[in-house]
Design a protein. Structure first.
Length: 318
């Protein structure tokens, strides 16, 4: 078709050589490198033959103009073929990169799916950034559907130790390590071990994040009880002024019963530092009263009770 147009418009003198260049460029982009070079070669042969024998009557020698046109078309064919090859190579490299990224993501999901520990990552406001499948199984919350939403309060409702650990890390920058507590949901209750960590980000594009790693430690607790029953234990008991008794293995120093880090009220004395948590042993129970409430006040007469409430109101209590 291009040759017909070339003849119809006057041959070599019509200046339609650009049509041959357009055909070669299109072929180089649409066909493999071998096919594009074949199309270019056929176009050059066809153009040269028509230029020499068709437009000149079949006997004239090639003049300088024909040489220049054939040279330009040949150069364009080589350049477009080279560019086409590079573009195809780049496209294959991009497809390979996409395939590798998909493979990495699939492997990551397989790894996280097989991890029995729950992993939750939140931002500095408590918004959920990431949760693996085990985190949803342990908490009973469909966490993957809550990405980007505040989640700490809902987690605290079913797992107070996990929610408190996240809040301590978010608001106070305090991390917990192997703290223990109870989780209860869907008529299921079991002990939970929690560890938190955080990252400050890069200060520009990535903000501060907090990650909690937690797991069901029921088997560990049963094993500890079996070990306690299976051998004689030499223990050391430390009595504290808070009316607690801390019991640890004399040899290893490990607690005989779990010791939990629980949030405590903060004081307001100037230049004093207050720990946000205090260690509370799960056993034995405190040997004296912990705190005071209005129900603990005397009620011999209504007047005495009102006076006691008035005096108690001067202090912090609970």
């Amino acid at each position: 078709m291009v040759t017909a147009v070339w003849h119809w418009t006057g041959g070599a003198d019509a200046g339609c050589v650009s049509l041959f260049i357009l055909v070669m460029a299109s072929a180089s982009l649409l066909l493999p490198i071998g096919g594009s070079l074949l199309v270019a070669l056929l176009g050059l042969v066809r153009y040269g033959a028509d230029a020499v024998y068709g437009a000149r009557g079949g006997g004239d020698l090639l003049d300088l103009e024909i040489f220049v046109q054939i040279g330009v078309v040949s150069l364009v064919a080589v350049i477009t073929g080279y560019i086409s090859g590079r573009l195809r190579e780049t496209g294959r490299g991009r497809e390979q990169l996409v395939a590798e990224l998909v493979g990495v993501r699939l492997r990551e999901k397989d790894i996280l799916r097989n991890i029995k520990s729950g992993i939750i990552t939140v931002d500095a406001t408590g918004g959920l950034l990431f949760a693996n499948p085990s985190a949803s199984d342990l908490t009973g919350i469909e966490l993957e559907e809550r990405i980007g939403q505040p989640i700490v309060r809902e987690i605290r409702a079913v797992a107070p130790v996990l929610g408190e650990a996240l809040e301590l890390a978010i608001h106070g920058g305090v991390h917990v390590s192997r703290t223990e507590g109870q989780i209860a949901h869907h008529e299921r209750s079991f002990p939970l071990g929690v560890t938190t960590t955080s990252s400050d980000g890069d200060g520009r594009h990535v903000g501060r994040t907090i990650t909690a790693i937690f797991q069901d430690i029921s088997d560990q607790k049963r094993l500890e009880q079996l070990n306690l029953r299976a051998h004689r234990l030499e223990a050391v008991a430390e009595v504290a002024k808070q009316n607690f008794v801390y019991v640890v293995d004399r040899v290893t120093g490990q607690p005989v019963w779990p010791i939990e880090e629980r949030p405590v009220p903060q004081g307001d004395m100037p230049d004093e530092w207050y720990s946000p948590t205090q260690p509370v042993p799960s056993k034995p129970r405190a040997y004296d009263q912990q705190g005071a409430t209005i129900d603990d006040l005397i009620d011999f007469t209504p007047e005495l009770r009102q006076e006691a409430i008035k005096i108690l109101g001067r202090y912090r209590y609970g």
